[in-house]
Every structure is written in C-alpha cells, then in structure tokens.
Design a protein around this ligand. Structure first.
Ligand SMILES: Cc1cc2nc3c(=O)[nH]c(=O)nc-3n(C[C@H](O)[C@H](O)[C@H](O)COP(=O)(O)OP(=O)(O)OC[C@H]3O[C@@H](n4cnc5c(N)ncnc54)[C@H](O)[C@@H]3O)c2cc1C
Length: 256
C-alpha cells in the first residue's frame, strides 16, 4: 500500500487522556480523499503500526485529523503518540481505508463509547451536511473524558447529539430500550467503542429483532480469544530444513 509522508500540523488535548493530531502534506498539497468511517495505518514513533480513524469532515483534503486515547496498558502505540509525537514532526501513514462505511438510510442511529466517537464524528458531519435524519448517542465515563464537546456544541448538528455520562444522573444514562426496542425498517445503526459496549448494543438490538444488515460495527481491538487449549508446535523451513519451536501463548487463556 502507498505510504504518505505527513507533518503534524497541530497537536491538541481534546479531553482527559485524549489527544488529537492534524496531519497534512508538508508542502500543503492535497491528501487522498476519504469517506466517513475511514481509518489510516500510522507508523508510530518507536516503530509499531496502529490504526486511527479520521475524525474530521471528509470533504476536507488539506488535513486528516486523528484522536488517540492514551492506553495505560499500551505496548507502545498510543503512549508514543502522546509522548513522542509533536507539532512539526513527520510520520508515515497509509492511504485511508474504509471498513465502516455509511449506507443510505431513512434514519441513522450512531452509538459511540468513549474514543469510539472518532469515526462516528465524521459520520455525523456527513449526515448533517446532507440533512439526513440522525442521532449520535455519545457515552463516556465523565464529561472531562468526552472529546470534541466544544466542537459539537458549535456545529450544525449539536442538537442531534445526546450525551450519556457514567458518572451523571440516572435520567441522562443511555436507556437502550427507549431508542432501540422497536426495530425500524430503513434505519441503520452504527456502533464503535469498547468491545463490551459494542456487544451490549448489538446483542440488545438483535434481541429486539433488528436485522444483521441494519447493524454496523467497528472494533478498535481484536476480540479476546480463549487460547487455553493451545499447544506448542514446530515449524520447518522447506528450503533450509531448519526447525523452530513455537511455544504456547505466555498468557494462557487470552490473546490479543
Ligand atoms: C480500524 C481501527 C480504528 C481505530 N481508531 C482508533 C482511534 O480513532 N483512536 C484510538 O485511540 N484508537 C483507535 N484504534 C485502536 C488503535 O489502533 C490502538 O489499538 C490503540 O491506540 C492501542 O494501541 P497501543 O499500542 O497503545 O496498545 P496495545 O499495546 O496494542 O495494547 C492494547 C490493549 O491490549 C492489551 N495488551 C497489551 N499487551 C498485552 C499482552 N502482552 N498480552 C495481553 N494483552 C495485552 C492491553 O489491555 C491494552 O489495553 C483503532 C483500531 C482500529 C482497528
């Protein structure tokens, strides 16, 4: 895949633990186009590659904006982005790819859990631009951990966004049964966030009779897999005849 060299035009703290980065060509020329829901692979300082969703208006071609949650259990990706990447630095990214595209719908419901707001924010911008009927339910642990609140408040779609804070009063908590209990033909649902959040929304919707084709999800991490029964094995290189032992996972029971 083609690599693009980009410069960090702006680094900004968006909320507690969340930093955004605006990326553009050093010479100001146009970047490849993208659609709402796209992400790029970023070669993070330190060498690892991580995916980040584009959370700016998809009609912009002078910048990509990504927002990164600092993961305390990071093996290097998000912490390097926060600590080692600064305005003026260059980095390599892939062209945007979209595995989470919007489809034409009579009505659209977006469910964001925490940093899962990033692709959904680009979708909200797009849906607002085409004057579509949509609501973004934005769930976070607290107001201080909620990125883009000022931007949303100043946007044309401020009224389409409903906030749900874990530490807020019960009346503002997301009552899924109120918004999803009656499946609606022509409505499409998009969910992004922690695995438990996605599974809660999707399993509830399926239980209420929503069709699989109406439910769209993007996971930010691989699902946890049970590797309890995994055994070590040997691989043999055909050309040289050399053999290598591949041990069972060090963390028995879980892999990522
Ligand atoms: C399509 C897509 C879009 C994404 N968009 C965004 C985005 O917009 N913003 C964003 O912040 N992130 C996004 N992500 C997630 C991002 O790519 C990274 O996974 C994230 O930043 C964490 O990377 P890390 O290197 O800091 O953590 P990692 O080292 O990858 O660790 C992630 C988690 O794995 C677990 N873990 C770490 N090491 C081990 C181990 N040895 N054994 C078992 N478990 C372990 C920890 O619980 C940790 O929380 C996206 C991912 C995808 C696939």
């Amino acid at each position: 895949m083609t690599q693009i060299a980009v410069k960090v035009l702006r680094k900004k703290q968006e909320a507690l633990g969340i930093t955004s980065f605006e990326l553009g060509k050093a010479d100001g020329s146009a970047l490849p186009g993208f659609s709402a829901g796209s992400h790029v692979d970023v070669q993070v300082p330190g060498g690892v590659t991580r995916q980040y969703s584009l959370c700016n208006d998809a009609t912009e071609n002078h910048r990509y904006r990504i927002a990164v949650l600092r993961d305390p259990a990071s093996r290097g990706g998000s912490i390097s982005m926060h600590d080692a990447l600064n305005e003026g630095d260059t980095l390599l990214i892939s062209e945007p790819r979209n595995h989470f595209p919007l489809v034409h719908a009579k009505r659209t419901l977006l469910f964001a859990g925490g940093i899962g707001v990033t692709p959904l924010l680009a979708m909200a911008q797009r849906l607002s631009a085409i004057e579509a009927d949509f609501t973004l339910h934005y769930c976070t642990r607290s107001a201080e951990r909620t990125a883009f609140r000022d931007e949303i408040a100043a946007s044309a779609f401020a009224r389409n966004v409903k906030y749900h804070f874990d530490d807020g009063p019960p009346s503002q908590k997301l009552a899924l049964d109120r918004v999803l209990a009656k499946p609606e033909p022509g409505t499409h649902v998009y969910v992004c966030g922690p695995t438990g959040f996605i599974d809660w929304v999707v399993k509830s919707a399926e239980g209420w009779g929503w069709g699989k084709d109406q439910l769209h999800v993007e996971y930010f991490g691989a699902a946890t897999q049970d590797t309890t029964g995994d055994q070590p094995f040997t691989v043999k290189i055909a050309s040289s005849g050399a053999s290598y032992e591949v041990p069972a996972p060090a963390f028995a029971g879980m892999t990522f």
